[in-house]
Design a protein around this ligand. Sequence first.
Ligand SMILES: [Zn+2]
Ligand SMILES: [Zn+2]
Length: 170
Amino acid sequence: MRGRAVVKYKKDKIFKIISICKGGGYKYCRTEPLHPNRNSKGLYTLHRVLLENKLGRLLTKKEIAHHKDGDKTNDNPKNIVLMSLKDHSSEHAKIRKVDDIKLLCPICNKKFELKPTCYRRRMKRSLSKMLGCSRQCGCKIGHLLKIKLCGRVERITTSGSYPLNTRFDS
Ligand SMILES: [Zn+2]
Ligand SMILES: [Zn+2]
């Protein structure tokens, strides 16, 4: 027979973990019997194998072994939970949302959010240490800054009641 052999699984423990190695932020393992979804090196992600052993069945392509604490290297079986592909992406979107930095545009007073990495990168480049919600607002800040540097205005003011680039909650 060509390809991967069909394996019959015991109910309790499906795979014996023979060896473990790291790669791309995850741990991979070699199993016995060989995992039907193993890669070309004969390896499969450890956290999926652990969950499959716990459940006593293979995970489908639409099922995810999610690290509850967000730490992809914490492969404690208690930290690995079953999630559907759909729930999983919304769960991760939620986690990302919490980290986003909430800002107020000094030009148009619109609330906007930036990823922490993006915020730091843009702040580093920003001469005025203010960020606009859009390209246009960013240009206006740059323009106001130029006027300020020429001594024509004392201070950049906003039209709204918030100080420049106030961080706000929720
Ligand atoms: Zn996850
Ligand atoms: Zn704006």
